[in-house]
Each structure stands twice: as structure tokens, then as C-alpha cells.
Design a protein around this ligand. Structure first.
Ligand code: NDP
Length: 452
């Protein structure tokens, strides 16, 4: 796909110069601007109000030092980030990622995508994202706590229940959120819902742990029903990753009658032709914090394949439905071609920006059902929004109530982006549908709020 709108082409050239070298951020901006061309063609008022210009520039970006002491008594310095991308439709909202690959570009791409995702949920949430290049792997609980406390010692002055509400992401689960919440409470001397993904005993929401994976399957089920009059039942599914999103996507897909045959981590993938035994995966990953490799030692007939390439080999396994749930750019053009050649009918993204732009474009051109991350994985942040509501009214809803609301939101997101794709004349292009539908709400709010 190429730029045909001269204004957006020029804007992307300027963004590329201003953010030179930030490849993930530029990848995300390019994909979005390309699909917003029909909007720019029609809406001169948004061009005149500088909405596109402002939309690609974060409102604020904080970078800070995170010093902490390891178990050997040595001082270690990591780098912390928080991007507050857009607050036109609500307080900034978006997760925190701890992974060695985190840098300015990764945080900005995640924050940018988050704005559109949060808009699609219909809840009043702006977009933000944060993280650090800290690697939690192999660290003791004390080291994790020391790091989280130091990270929050700087972050606390930039966030607040009505300002910016972070959550978890890669490397940040319940344990890390707990340590950060404790430190925030100490520093701010107030008890508010400043983070989501909290434990149930201190303001967390039931179903938040399951939300992104379950939401991904609710979205996919609705996509299968509407676009192909079919469902998960009897389908073979491949899921990359074995973290929070992957585990609960597997649980829900299995409950819908699918057979999940493969999962992975950053060292390799397992293939189990009889269907993954999720209890074993949960024991290894959630309880023992071990490696997916160990699954093959515990389940007869399962095969482990080491994959130094961030487990891209998993996409060579034949399946009907692929759910990438590990990290960005995990599906490149080569993997996309292999999936389509092997007969995949649907790809729905649990991880953010799972596919390179070339791979995503290939899925769209192949006319398979392709649910982009900003729509398909919005269940996590949607349920975080529900956690914020419960904190505000000081009440807790039952699991079933939250789960039903999540299901309704995910089905609503599918129909909104599908209707938009139909309206713009490309009924199978859900990437375009998601970008346009998410953008319109933010754009109208930005225009109404004037030059800010
Ligand atoms: P976790 O840390 O719980 O799990 C991440 C999984 O992906 C692990 O299995 C990890 O393997 C694997 N992984 C991470 N980096 C790589 C890599 N470079 N190559 C191959 N595998 C990798 O994170 P989540 O499950 O929370 O997040 C997964 C994705 O979902 C991310 O893209 C995140 O942004 C997105 N997401 C998460 C939400 C949430 O609510 N948690 C909400 C919306 C999106 P290993 O253990 O070896 O690192």
C-alpha cells in the first residue's frame, strides 16, 4: 500500500525525520496513516485543525534513571520510560513492560497503538505506555521488589487515578503490580486505583487476569461467525507465547471446542498433536516460572523444537486459526505466506503489532480473516477500564458480570470495525476498519478541545 494523499505522505516524511531510527514507532505510524487516507481525503476540517499532526506526536514522554541493588549488593542502573500519548478522550491508560528490548521506539509504538485501542473499547481512556529495559528473568523476589520500588519512586509523580493509570504487560504481572502499588501508596499517601491488574484483596477486578486472552477469543469467535458462518469448534489452533495472554487465549479457545496444538516462549515451541494440556503449562509458567521446553518432558507425545529466532518456527505448523500472543513483529512476510499456504483461515493478534506491515498487508490481500491487535487484544485494557469503574464506586463485581461485559465489548469492537470496513468499501480489511473507527472518536474530541 502506498500514500496517495499528499498531505499524509508529507506528514509521514516529517515524522520519519523527527523520529529517525525509531523503527517500531515509524512502522506503527505508517500503517495507521496509510489506512487513514480516506478520512483525510474527506475531512479537510481535521487537516485544518492539525489533528493528524498532533495525533502522531506524544503529549509528554518521560525518561528516567532506575537505580536498584541486586542480591550481590551491587548497584545496577536501568532506564525507565513513560509516554503519555493522548488524553483527548480520557486519562492516559496503558501497560508497563519490563524486557531488555524496551527502548524509546518500542514504548512510543505501544503508546500510539494504545490510543486507538482504548478508543475502540468505547470507555473513556486516553493512551499511554511505559516500561524499562530491566530483565525480570532469573531475578529473586527481593530483586524484583527493589526494582519495582525504585521504578515507582520516579513514576509516581507523573501518574494518578485521574491522570494516568498504568497496568501490566510483558514481564509485569500481579507480583510486579503489587510491589508498584505498595510503593505508590507510600509515596502519595493515598489509596486510589492508580494501577490496574491489582490483586483481588486490594482493589483488583475479577477476570482481569483472563481478560486479554478471553477477549481475544470472544473477538475471534464473533469474526468467525460473522465473516465465515463458523466457530472455534473443531478447529486446530496455534498460539505463540506462554505468558498471560497466551495461557488464557488457550483456555477460552479450548472451552469453545478448539484443539490448541502448539505454544512457545522465546527459546522455542512445543507441538502436541493430541492438544495442549493447559494445566501442565500453567504449572510450569505460572507456578514454577519455568521454560516451555519442560512441557515435552511431562507430556507423552509432545515435541519441543528449539528456535533461536524468537520462535518464528511455530508458524510452520499447519492450523486453521493462528493467535500470535508473544511480542511485536513475531510474524514476518515469510511466516505469513507459510500460514496462508498451509490453509489458515483466521489470524487474530493477542500481542501488540504481532505482524510486520508486509505480513499484515499480505493477510489483508489474501482475504483471510485478520483481526489486528488494537481491536483483537483490547479485552485487557477494557477490563482495566472496568477495574477503574469498580474502584471509583468502591464496589466489586462478580466474575460473571465482568466477563459478560468483556464479551459484549469485544463483540461490539468486532462489529464496529467490520461496519467501518464495509462503509469504506473494503469489507475484509479490518486493519483499515480498526484504524478509522478508533481514530474518528479521538479526532473529533481533539478538534472540539482546540489547539492543545
Ligand atoms: P508475558 O510476559 O506474560 O508473556 C510473554 C510471552 O511471550 C512469554 O511466553 C515470552 O517468552 C514470549 N516472548 C516475549 N518476548 C519474546 C520474543 N522476543 N520472542 C519470542 N517470544 C517472546 O506477557 P503478556 O502475555 O502479558 O503479553 C504478550 C503480548 O500481549 C505483548 O505483546 C503485550 O503487549 C500484549 N498484550 C498484553 C496485555 C495484557 O493484558 N497482559 C494486553 C494487551 C496486549 P519468554 O518467557 O521466553 O520471554
Amino acid at each position: 500500500m502506498e500514500f496517495t494523499n499528499a498531505y499524509l505522505k508529507d506528514l509521514f516524511e516529517r515524522v520519519s525525520k523527527r523520529n529517525a531510527g525509531e523503527k517500531e514507532f515509524l512502522q506503527a505510524v505508517e500503517e495507521v496513516l496509510l489506512s487513514l487516507q480516506p478520512v483525510a481525503d474527506k475531512r479537510q476540517d481535521l487537516v485544518d485543525a492539525g489533528v493528524f499532526e498532533r495525533f502522531v506526536e506524544p503529549e509528554r514522554f518521560v525518561i528516567f534513571r532506575v537505580p536498584w541493588i541486586n542480591d550481590k549488593g551491587q548497584l545496577v542502573v536501568n532506564r525507565g520510560f513513560r509516554v503519555q500519548f493522548n488524553s483527548a478522550i480520557g486519562p492516559y491508560k496503558g501497560g508497563i513492560r519490563f524486557h531488555p528490548s524496551v527502548n524509546q521506539s518500542v514504548i512510543k509504538f505501544l503508546g500510539f497503538e494504545q490510543c486507538l485501542k482504548n478508543s475502540l473499547t468505547t470507555l473513556p481512556m486516553g493512551g499511554g505506555k511505559g516500561g524499562s529495559d530491566f530483565d525480570p528473568k532469573g531475578k529473586s523476589d527481593r530483586e524484583i521488589m527493589a526494582f519495582c520500588q525504585s521504578f515507582m519512586t520516579e513514576l509516581f509523580r507523573h501518574i494518578g487515578a485521574d491522570t494516568d493509570v498504568p497496568a501490566g504487560d510483558i514481564g509485569v504481572g500481579g507480583r510486579e503490580i503489587g510491589f508498584m502499588f505498595g510503593q505508590y501508596k507510600r509515596l502519595a499517601n493515598e489509596y486510589t486505583g492508580v494501577l490496574t491488574g491489582k490483586g483481588l484483596s486490594y482493589g483488583g477486578s475479577l477476570a482481569r487476569t483472563q481478560a486479554t486472552g478471553y477477549g481475544l477469543c470472544y473477538f475471534t469467535q464473533e469474526m468467525l461467525k460473522t465473516m465465515a458462518n463458523t466457530s472455534f469448534a473443531g478447529k486446530t489452533v496455534v498460539i505463540s507465547g506462554s505468558g498471560n495472554v497466551a495461557i488464557y487465549a488457550c483456555e477460552k479457545a479450548q472451552s469453545f471446542g478448539a484443539k490448541v496444538v502448539a505454544m512457545s516462549d522465546s527459546n522455542g515451541y512445543i507441538y502436541d498433536k493430541d492438544g495442549i494440556d493447559l494445566a501442565i503449562v500453567k504449572q510450569i509458567k505460572e507456578v514454577e516460572r519455568g521454560r516451555i521446553k519442560e512441557y515435552a518432558d511431562r507430556k507423552k507425545g509432545a515435541i519441543y523444537t528449539e528456535d533461536k529466532d524468537g520462535s518464528k518456527g511455530i508458524w510452520s505448523i499447519k492450523c486453521d486459526i493462528a493467535l500470535p500472543c508473544a511480542t511485536q513483529n513475531e510474524i514476518n512476510l515469510e511466516s505469513a505466506k507459510l500460514l496462508v499456504k498451509n490453509g489458515v483461515m483466521a489470524v487474530a493478534e493477542g500481542s501488540n503489532m504481532s505482524s510486520t506491515n508486509e505480513a499484515g498487508q499480505f493477510f489483508v490481500e489474501s482475504k483471510i480473516m485478520y483481526g489486528p491487535a488494537k481491536a483483537a487484544n483490547a479485552g485487557g485494557v477494557a477490563t482495566s477500564g472496568l477495574e477503574m469503574s469498580q474502584n471509583s464506586i468502591r464496589l466489586s463485581w462478580a466474575f460473571e458480570e465482568v466477563d459478560q461485559k468483556l464479551k459484549g465489548i469485544m463483540e461490539g469492537i468486532f462489529h464496529k470495525i467490520h461496519d467501518t470496513a464495509v462503509e469504506y468499501g473494503q469489507p475484509t480489511n479490518l486493519v483499515m476498519g480498526a484504524n478509522i473507527a478508533g481514530f474518528k472518536k479521538i479526532a473529533d474530541a481533539m478538534k472540539a478541545q482546540g489547539c492543545c
